[in-house]
Design a protein around this ligand. Structure first.
Ligand code: PLP
Length: 384
């Protein structure tokens, strides 16, 4: 049979392959999946469960229920300094769908889309599914993996339609500063291209670093789609609730296409998301502090080991150590480490060619498991 190009050429996720291998062993410690170790705070679960039992089981408006769009707009205005109203918000099935929706609203076959490399692999997959041409912005350890205006500008051609940006970044933990974000805002206004700004990890930042939204800079309303999700901040990955914010025209077009993809997100979960926005600040801070403690443990631990050297991630919950000293591909290195220690890590190449020579380790796991993982690594490879 003649399957679609996307269905034929897509590689299987390098992260999933490792995850599945780790699942075969009882004693394995799985650091390859990017998911909070916490379950959703109970008071948020209760709102979802109570509303399901109360019969909130039907379709909702394509854009999402008004009270949630109002709460999101209020959050974006007050916390992110993005001027917006509820008609500029669409509620989506996670950030993943918000990204896809923005892409199919803004790009056509043959358009070039600049994406980070290393990147969250869905960016590449989604650009290919949208029929556009991905252009890699190679990010280097020397530049702390930052996708700055200087990295982006030389890649812009007459065919460039859109730039995808993610800060704090998966898989590197890199964050753009306020000045670096402002320089990107100036670049976008000068070069007049669309930009998707993915803030999925905005609340998970460390060492006093603060996330700055691109949408807080003036003059970008014709170009910008801001994406966010309840998944990482509130440990709500399974609920599949996210959102996009753009000008009213772009949003209306996304709403139209959304009807054909997902139609609407279920009401009980949208009500739970309101609860998260309004009453979960202390839960979020508790989780952030836990990840921060884990981050210190894992980065210090890795930097002691022979063969590993790791930058301090400024945000998200991933360490991205350089393991080039081991030689061979990152898939081989992750495989060798798993064989010796049953610690599962994601090969950097799963995040793009520039991830070769690195591994991604999630530190959203519990502290004790991370300690055991580091002990096993120390036994296997020794200290410097
Ligand atoms: C950078 C980034 N953006 C967006 C998402 C989407 O998350 P979700 O679809 O669960 O909202 C993820 C998930 O891993 C991510 O890492």
């Amino acid at each position: 049979m003649n399957y679609s190009n996307a269905a034929r050429v897509f590689p299987r996720s390098g992260v999933r392959k490792m995850y599945e291998m780790a699942s075969c062993y009882e004693d394995s410690i799985n650091l390859c999946i990017g998911e909070p170790g916490f379950i959703t705070p109970k008071h948020i679960i209760k709102v979802g469960a109570d509303n399901l039992l109360a019969g909130k089981t039907k379709y909702t408006p394509n854009a999402g229920i008004l009270p949630l769009r109002e709460a999101v707009a209020e959050k974006l205005r007050t916390e992110n300094h993005i001027p917006c109203n509820p008609d500029q918000i669409i509620i989506t099935a996670g950030g993943t769908q918000a990204l896809m929706l923005a892409l199919i609203t803004l790009v056509d076959h043959g358009d070039e889309v600049i994406i980070p490399n290393p990147e969250w692999p869905d960016y590449l997959g989604q650009v290919l599914m949208a029929g556009a041409t991905p252009v890699s912005a190679v990010l280097t350890e020397e530049n702390r993996f930052k996708m700055t205006a200087e990295v982006i500008e030389p890649l812009i051609t007459p065919k460039t339609k859109l730039i995808m940006l993610n800060t704090p970044a998966n898989p590197t933990g890199a964050m753009l500063s306020a000045d670096e974000t402002e320089a990107i805002a100036e670049l976008i206004k000068r070069r007049k291209v669309f930009v998707i700004f993915d803030e999925a990890y905005e609340r998970l930042t460390y060492d006093g670093n603060r996330h700055v939204s691109l949408g807080s800079f003036p003059g970008l309303q014709d170009y910008l789609v801001t994406i966010n999700t309840f998944s990482k901040t509130y440990a709500m990955t399974g609920w599949r609730v996210g959102y996009a914010c753009a000008n009213e025209e772009i949003t209306a077009r996304m709403v139209k296409l959304h009807e054909n993809m997902v139609a609407s997100v279920n009401e009980a979960f949208q009500l739970a998301a309101i609860r998260a926005l309004e009453s979960a600040a202390s839960d979020v801070e508790m989780m952030r502090q836990t990840y921060d403690k884990n981050r210190k443990l894992i980065v210090e631990g890795l930097n002691k080991l022979k063969g590993f050297s790791c930058l301090n991630p400024q945000g998200a919950f991933y360490a991205f150590p350089n393991v080039k000293e081991f030689g061979g591909s990152s898939t081989e290195i992750a495989g060798m480490i798993f064989e010796k220690t049953h610690v599962a890590t994601a090969p950097g190449s799963a995040f793009g060619s520039a991830g070769e020579g690195y591994l991604r380790l999630s530190f959203a796991n519990d502290y004790e498991s991370l300690e055991i993982a580091l002990n096993r690594l120390e036994k296997a490879f020794g200290c410097k």
